[in-house]
Design a binder for this molecule. Structure first.
Ligand SMILES: [Zn+2]
Length: 681
């Protein structure tokens, strides 16, 4: 997760802005913004959201956010709600304005796509007719021999199939593309949902089987209950051979380049050559991400009755296209994926889904307009500068490490020098001229957009690596580290309050956006990112002694996070969340250094009774405030590489300046003796 912000010559300018804010009387947010103050509170932090009855050393997250957490209801159409969602709502309403305007222009593809998506009466009227050709194609399959070609076609239409095949840079030779084949085939978010004895997960499993049966019934299929049971049994066998998420995030174990012939030999139950031939994909080599799982899934496909394989594709097709099919299907899909899995009571309004759909289909056509309206060039310049400050701070931290050898340090410096920061929006746009958008054909538009995306991905097999291409949109509230490109990426929309506010105190901006920049940068040096060298190649560039010293620090952080228990009996998985926890730890530490350096020796002011260091850490805690529905929290603990936000916020317990800033003492719940604080970068 991420965010971004930037300030260029800005650090001093920001201090000035903050000084003005100090003298302003506290007022409501809107009034503040209207009068030229920061959007949050008097200096960029929402003081009214604190709970000062909580001792910071007992729970910093509640101290900083407790009143907000108590008073904030999760909207009925959300599974959780916090700072990221506030900005996401803003991205949605801005994009809606863009699309509403585009609707008036008959030549606008995005306007036509959006208007057609909104016309639910037309969707209702067509019933199942639009999806019938897809379903008939599945039902027409007469023998197992034809399954790989069918799966290839259905998968290419945007429907999940038992393998995920996707072209991305070769991790050991990142100037070339390579086909990746990964495990897939589960209709629930993780193997644990199929295999765990936890009664809550068993209940979700039962709800899933009911959902699968309901979809078969809606498709007009008889014997739905028995057929649903057979699908769930098949998927349970896939779950049994699937790798865990901890195994799947291991960059070394998931690099297994082999010839297509070698893959066919190692996974004889599935004709991979036929699968790629059907997609007209020129594949001779593949990276098999989870070899034993791919072998195991191929074996299960071979063992499964043909009817079960077909039924699974039917159900997946209806779920994949539920948003452009009649409401009976849409509602059924939501009742499982929205309510049972995430605890969300209510489907989002159609316009919000239409915004998401249009962004997903014609991403750059929307992005171009968005950045021209909502991303001033000054913000990009400011971001560039903040990135430079954070990189400089990281260089100083590397020099100061007591556990790393000079050889490895020299290479780490080289890697930092080779970073490409990507800020706001990509330098090049995709061309959608071949994508047909037909008024009144919501299903067809979605289908063609999915096929366009697949074809575009496969076309990379014939192209040099697109260094300009992003995995996020400028409207996304997130940021990214791209190990093979040695890049860090910050979309336009995250560079806003509370992450970054040009009118806020710089300490708060460094605790927010600065830490997000530090976080993304640190991903290149987390437990997996550190395996990629100066050129983004997966390679051993550390001395063995340095690896050992690094690993012992990781073990300590694992123990710290695995001790957290967000739900009764359910602990954070310290290994699954390792990369993100390292990035939070290193990112916040580095951002603090960069903030101190930005002061150039001047003493920062006390504002509203808070010192600069206090404001820095409060700014960090503020971006993480979030309420979760229980089912959503459970799903995240099982699947999300990020720790729940309370523990992300409380990473501060590893940082000496935080102890000093809030006078944290032994005996308080977050207190760690200096020797127990984890220090990595
Ligand atoms: Zn991250």
């Amino acid at each position: 997760m991420v965010r971004f912000a930037a300030f260029s010559l800005a650090t001093t300018a920001l201090v000035g802005a903050a000084a003005i804010a100090v003298t302003a009387a506290p007022a409501a947010q809107a009034a503040q913004a209207a009068s030229g103050g920061p959007q949050y509170g008097t200096f960029g932090f929402d003081l009214s959201g604190m709970d000062r009855s909580v001792t910071p050393g007992d729970n910093f997250y509640y101290y900083a956010n407790g009143t907000w957490l108590k008073n904030t209801q999760i909207p009925a159409d959300q599974s959780s709600y916090g700072s990221f969602n506030t900005l996401d709502d803003l991205s949605h309403t801005r994009t809606r304005d863009i699309l509403e305007q585009a609707k008036a222009d008959p030549s606008s593809k995005i306007g036509r796509a959006y208007a057609t998506y909104l016309d639910t009466a037309a969707i209702e009227k067509k019933g199942l007719a639009p999806v019938k050709p897809l379903l008939n194609q599945i039902k027409a399959l007469k023998s197992k021999a034809g399954y790989p070609a069918l799966a290839s076609a259905i998968g290419g239409s945007g429907v999940p199939i038992p393998f995920a095949a996707f072209v991305s840079p070769d991790q050991k030779d990142p100037n070339k593309y390579l086909m990746r084949v990964s495990q897939a085939g589960l209709g629930m978010p993780d193997r644990d949902y199929y295999l765990s004895a936890d009664p809550k997960l068993a209940a979700t499993r039962a709800a899933y089987e009911k959902h699968v049966a309901a979809m078969l019934t809606l498709a007009g299929e008889p014997n739905a209950a028995a057929r649903a049971k057979a699908i769930v049994n098949f998927e349970t066998k896939i779950a049994q051979v699937s790798w865990t998420r901890v195994e799947s995030r291991n960059a070394s174990k998931t690099y297994n380049k082999m010839s297509l012939a070698a893959l066919e030999k190692s996974a004889p139950g599935f004709n991979f050559a036929g699968f790629f031939r059907a997609a007209r994909a020129p594949v001779n080599e593949v990276n098999v991400v989870q070899p034993s799982a791919v072998t195991g899934i191929a074996k299960q496909i071979k063992a499964a009755p043909l009817g079960v394989l077909k039924d699974q594709l039917i159900v997946r097709s209806l779920d994949a296209f539920s948003d452009v099919l009649p409401s009976a299907i849409d509602n059924e899909s939501f009742s499982f994926y929205g309510t049972a899995l995430s605890g969300t009571p209510q489907q989002q309004e159609r316009w919000k889904r239409g915004v998401d759909y249009t962004i997903g289909s014609l991403t750059d056509e929307v992005s171009k307009i968005y950045v021209s309206k909502y991303f001033p060039p000054e913000t990009k310049a400011a971001a560039d500068a903040m990135v430079r400050n954070i990189i400089a701070a990281m260089n100083r931290r590397i020099d100061a490490l007591d556990w790393m050898s000079p050889e490895t340090k020299a290479k780490a410096h080289e890697k930092l020098a080779n970073f490409t920061p990507r800020i706001g929006y990509p330098s090049q746009w995709h061309d959608y001229s071949k994508l047909r958008v037909v008024a009144g054909d919501a299903f067809g538009n979605e289908l063609r957009a999915n096929q366009w995306r697949r074809d575009d991905n496969l076309s990379k097999l014939r192209e040099p690596v697109r260094r300009w291409e992003w995995g996020m949109t400028p409207m996304t509230i997130n940021a990214q580290a791209n190990p093979d490109l040695v890049a860090i990426t910050f979309p336009a929309a995250i560079m806003q309050p509370p992450f970054f506010d040009p009118k806020a105190d710089p300490a708060v901006n460094y605790g927010g956006m600065g830490a997000v920049i530090g976080h993304e940068m640190s991903h290149h040096f987390d437990d997996q990112g550190a395996k990629f060298d100066v050129h983004g190649r997966l390679s051993d560039w550390w001395t063995p002694q340095d690896v050992a010293a690094f690993n012992s620090r990781l073990d300590k952080l694992d123990a710290e996070y695995s001790a957290y228990e967000p739900l009764p009996g359910m602990h954070v998985n310290g290994r699954l969340t390792m990369g993100e926890n390292v990035a939070d730890l290193a990112g916040l530490t580095t951002a603090h250094d960069a903030y101190i350096a930005s002061l150039n020796g001047a003493a920062p002011p006390v504002i509203d009774g808070f010192t600069a260091d206090q404001r820095f850490y409060l700014g960090w805690a503020q971006v993480w405030r979030r309420n979760y529905r229980e089912a959503n929290l459970r799903q995240r603990v099982l699947t999300d590489p990020h720790s729940p936000n309370e523990y992300r916020s409380n990473i501060v317990r590893n940082m000496d300046p935080w102890y000093k800033a809030f006078n944290v003492q032994p005996g308080q719940k977050l207190y760690l003796a200096p020797a127990d604080r984890v220090r990595i970068w």
